[in-house]
Design a protein around this ligand. Structure first.
Ligand code: ARG
Length: 455
């Protein structure tokens, strides 16, 4: 493979550690597209004869068809996708094949292929995220007024609506999309023509290849172009945050499906049974969504460790960039589809949600606020009075609205009949009309606005 300088072949273990074809064959379409763009540019710049260019283009088309129909045979001895394609080209068209590699290197080739591949992945992931947002917004609209407990410290805190809770995830995913778009914008510069590291003495036109491949511009520095993988790291970092969001959503679904909460049900489509306990319905899909987030975070960490401390320019260490990125991308694409499927499948139980919201003194804050507004207490004092009322109710195992007016007035004489109005959970959510709040009327507006902003 290496011609003149080499007489012996590689050790078997050398071949095994060195070859990337088993995974980088995934880049075949991008590799062929980049070769075609490079070939066309070489012809236009009179670096390559038109008849050689024509033979190369046709040969590459044949190879693309062979790979797509499964008749291409990949050879590990040829290391990677670039050499596999080139060797096949030689078999198909003869010596002209050797002219394709003029003014380029596998270093700028692989950096180009990988960016092209990741660009498509980001676009597909963004479309998936948009679909997930649509599913969440649908649930938000259906349950804009469905009251449930909102939590802090996983302790019941204040009533919110199920729709409001769904829209929280819509916002998170909106920022995830923004991070991905941002990464895409920065990755969209073309390394091709950087050659091995220093550029080339041939009169190439890097603007032509950049444009032909849909890049915004050629990468400005040849050494940077072949040696950085921050575009992959940005994808993984954005992906890790996204996976963390998936994991939180999944965790809530797991909790909500449990007997103890009983807030939502998943249909058979997203549940599994137990091989020993016939009564069980397990939320395996949600648990896997939660668990798989670990792979994406690990991919980010892994590639950071590969890149850290590498001297410029290219080093073979960087071949270790592909597997984690492939795995993270596959995981994220599957996760987003599963998340959307589960969100569409979720059947909230409005009665159970309401019952949970009505126990646990969730309107205590409303009572304290009322004492400030109607009875003129400073908030700190109102907080204290409310605490005493909650204590009294709890000791007799009652809710706040079960305390009589006389009992309340014994704690603070400034309390009047009007207090009972604010103790109802519906009133509590309806009153939260500050911007971004949980009032059903605002949730409906926020859902409509989210449609405009995200779909
Ligand atoms: N398979 C290699 C990679 O993925 C391609 C670049 C190899 N370049 C080299 N000079 N050995 O990084």
């Amino acid at each position: 493979m290496w011609g003149g300088r080499f007489t012996g072949g590689p050790a078997d273990t050398m071949e095994r550690i060195n070859a990337s074809i088993d995974f980088d064959r995934r880049l075949y379409a991008q590799d062929i597209a980049a070769s075609k763009a490079h070939c066309q540019m070489l012809v236009r710049q009179s670096i390559l004869r038109p008849e050689d260019g024509e033979a190369i283009q046709q040969g590459l088309d044949t190879i693309l068809r062979e790979i797509e129909t499964g008749t291409f045979s990949f050879d590990r001895a040829l290391e990677d996708i670039h050499m596999n394609v080139e060797a096949r080209l030689k078999a198909l068209i003869g010596d002209a094949a050797g002219r394709l590699h003029t003014a380029r290197s596998r270093n700028d080739q692989v950096a180009t292929d990988f960016r092209l591949w990741l660009r498509d992945e980001i676009d597909a992931l963004e479309a998936g995220l948009q679909d997930l947002q649509a599913a969440l917004i649908d649930q938000a609209e259906a349950h804009a007024a469905t009251v449930m407990p909102g939590y802090t410290h996983l302790q019941p805190a204040q009533p919110v609506t199920f729709g409001h809770h769904m829209l929280a995830y819509v916002e998170m995913l909106g920022r995830d999309r923004g991070r991905l778009r941002d990464a895409r914008r920065r990755l969209n510069e073309c390394p091709l023509g950087a050659a091995a590291l220093a550029g080339t003495s041939f009169p190439i036109d890097r603007d032509q290849t950049a444009e032909a491949l849909g890049f915004d511009r050629p990468a400005a520095n040849s050494m940077d172009a072949v040696s950085d993988r921050d575009f992959a790291l940005e994808f993984l970092a954005a992906g890790a945050i996204l996976a963390m969001h998936f994991s939180r959503l999944a965790e809530e679904i797991v909790l909500w499906c449990s007997q103890n909460f009983g807030f939502v049900a998943l249909s058979d489509a997203f549940s599994t049974g137990s091989s020993i306990m016939p009564q069980k319905r397990n939320p395996d899909a949600a648990e896997l969504l939660r668990g798989k987030s670990g792979r994406v975070v690990a991919a980010f960490n892994g590639l950071m460790l590969v890149m850290k401390g590498l001297p410029l320019a290219y080093g073979k260490d960087m071949q270790e960039d592909k597997e984690p990125v492939f795995d993270a991308a596959d995981t994220l694409q599957l996760s987003v589809q599963v998340a959307a499927g589960m969100v569409r499948d979720l059947q909230p139980d409005p009665e159970a949600l309401r019952q949970a919201a009505e126990s646990g003194y969730l309107t205590a804050t409303d009572l304290a606020d009322w004492l400030v507004r109607a009875a003129g207490l400073p908030f700190r004092e109102a907080h204290h009075v409310t605490g005493a009322l909650v204590k009294q109710a709890a000791e007799t195992d009652r809710d706040l609205h079960d305390l009589s007016l006389a009992e309340m007035q014994a704690v603070d004489p400034r309390i009047s009949e009007g207090v009972y109005q604010v103790l109802a959970v519906d009133r509590a959510v309806e009153s939260r009309t500050s911007f971004g709040g949980t009032a059903p009327e605002l949730v409906r507006k926020a859902a409509a606005a989210a449609r405009e902003r995200f779909l």
